[in-house]
Design a protein around this ligand. Structure first.
Ligand code: F0G
Length: 465
């Protein structure tokens, strides 16, 4: 059985308790820290070089070789092949974008377009792995809290299980009422998920889903589930694959619940340990300014992973003040409107492994960057554009050199959240400011407004002339 060399391990080095892969855990039962999926690499079947994975390109009729997650199975081999779940995730694209490079002030910038996934966001990478584990342990009822993309993805996988010779699964999603983009809400409803709109924010929904799943024995598919993050590692493997296995200088990712950042750190650490890459790229995590817990803890309070002994008292004090001030996350980038990122400690570890940086971007900067990305034909939702907005700042302040290579992760598709896009492009002045309210988007220098024209050919020709 494949799983023999895979196990779960507490990320706190002073605990490091291990558990089998068939256990359903969201935290270490001994100390409460997060868990990793780990492998005894000496017994895993890892190719001698990353190029070895290319052999699977010629056998794409095998769904596990078609999948952009499972074609790297040897690096996340926690389940037997017959348990592996796929809906064709990971057919994504890395593209050099000149207009983005010019905008941020660099010679070259690549965008990794995860919006091309079946449900339009990177979450499908994680769900393929999470559902594989769920199937392995016989779970049929799953839940998550979500700002919209996790729920869309979970709902799609749950309803597609019978098509993969699996048993029908029940999907229960917890969302903050009125806080998720329409495209995402529509997906969960369409795929048949039971949708609970909690009168609160994402952070409330996250707390409640944990409580409810514990009380009712429901399988939790948020990124505290360590198996989900194994799937998200493959985003980086596809980036390397597209770069002919060359390591870029920088990976730039928007930070919400910090699952991606954590998974990226883990996979590069593993690749380096396995001698499959020669050097680590740097990681830049970009918070929205209205949801900037990581930025504040990292840059203002100076919290670090410190080899596993990070200053928990400082983190607890930060959250206590946040609660006392009743500070809630608020950003137009609703996908990352999160003040209590569940993977905070893992992300700190990733920042240490990748010698990383953190910054924040305002909603104005995010919406401007989004319009620039859109002009290149890679439409994205606001949260995704935080990566480019952050990169621009990091180049401007000299953290990133203009000749370095950067890959921005474009996490979600443009159609997920049409409302802010249409508002940005079509409104001006007072109307624009009113539409974006507290988010403070008051200008739209990259707008492409629609033109109202009478239903008369002469008038149309005049406008086009
Ligand atoms: N971008 C998009 C489009 C997202 O949906 C998310 C997270 C992120 C970035 C942040 O990624 O959590 O790994 O740091 N969305 C979650 C959700 C929270 O519920 O869909 P992260």
């Amino acid at each position: 059985m494949n799983q023999e060399f895979a196990f779960q391990r507490c990320i706190d080095p002073s605990c490091a308790a291990t558990f089998g892969v068939s256990e359903i855990l969201n935290a270490c039962p001994k100390c409460g820290a997060l868990l990793d999926v780990d492998y005894d690499w000496s017994r895993a079947r890892v190719p001698a070089s990353l190029r070895g994975f290319e052999a699977k390109w010629s056998t794409r009729r095998n769904p596990l070789h078609f999948s952009g997650v499972w074609r790297f199975k040897e690096l996340l081999d926690f389940a037997p092949d017959e348990s592996a779940v796929t809906i064709g995730e990971g057919q994504t694209l890395l593209r050099a974008e000149e207009q983005v490079a010019e905008y941020v002030g660099m010679h070259h910038v690549h965008l990794q377009y995860e919006g091309l996934n079946p449900t339009g966001s990177f979450k499908d990478n994680g769900m393929a792995a999470g559902f594989t584990h769920a199937r392995m342990v016989g779970a049929r009822k799953m839940a998550c809290a979500s700002t919209g993309n996790t729920s869309s993805s979970m709902a799609a996988y749950a309803s597609a299980m019978p098509a993969m010779n699996g048993k029908k699964c029940e999907a229960i999603v917890f969302v903050g009422s009125g806080r998720i983009a329409m495209g995402k809400l529509s997906q969960g409803l369409d795929y048949g998920a039971k949708t609970l709109q909690i009168l609160g924010h994402f952070d409330d929904a996250m707390r409640r889903v944990k409580e409810a799943s514990k009380a009712l024995g429901i399988y939790l598919l948020n990124s505290v589930n360590p198996f989900r993050l194994e799937g998200q590692k493959t985003i980086m493997l596809r980036v390397l694959e597209a770069l002919d296995w060359r390591v870029p200088d920088w990976i730039v990712a928007p930070g919400g619940n910090l699952g991606n950042s954590s998974a990226f750190g883990k996979v590069f650490h593993e690749l380096k340990t396995l001698n499959l890459i020669e050097r680590m790229p740097h990681l830049a995590v970009v918070n929205a300014a209205g949801a900037n817990t990581l930025h504040r803890l990292y840059n203002e309070i100076g919290v670090r992973w410190n080899g596993g002994s990070c200053d928990k008292a400082k983190i607890d004090a930060f959250y206590a003040t946040m609660d006392a001030e009743q500070r809630h996350a608020s950003t137009v980038a609703s996908a990352i409107e999160i003040n209590r990122p569940v993977n905070l400690t893992k992300a700190l570890r990733a920042l240490e492994w990748m010698n990383g940086v953190v910054c924040e971007a305002t909603d104005q900067e995010i919406m401007d960057a989004k319009a620039i990305i859109g002009r290149g034909g890679i439409g994205c939702e606001p949260a995704s554009a935080a990566s480019v907005a952050g990169l621009k700042k990091l180049v401007a302040n000299g953290t990133i050199g203009k000749s370095e290579t950067a890959v921005c992760i474009i996490t979600g598709h443009q159609l997920k959240a049409p409302q802010p896009t249409v508002a940005y492009h079509s409104l001006s002045g007072e109307e624009l400011s009113r539409e974006f309210g507290d988010f403070g988007v008051t200008k739209n220098p990259y707008a492409n407004p629609p033109v109202q024209v009478k239903n008369e050919l002469e008038e149309i020709l005049r406008v086009l002339g």
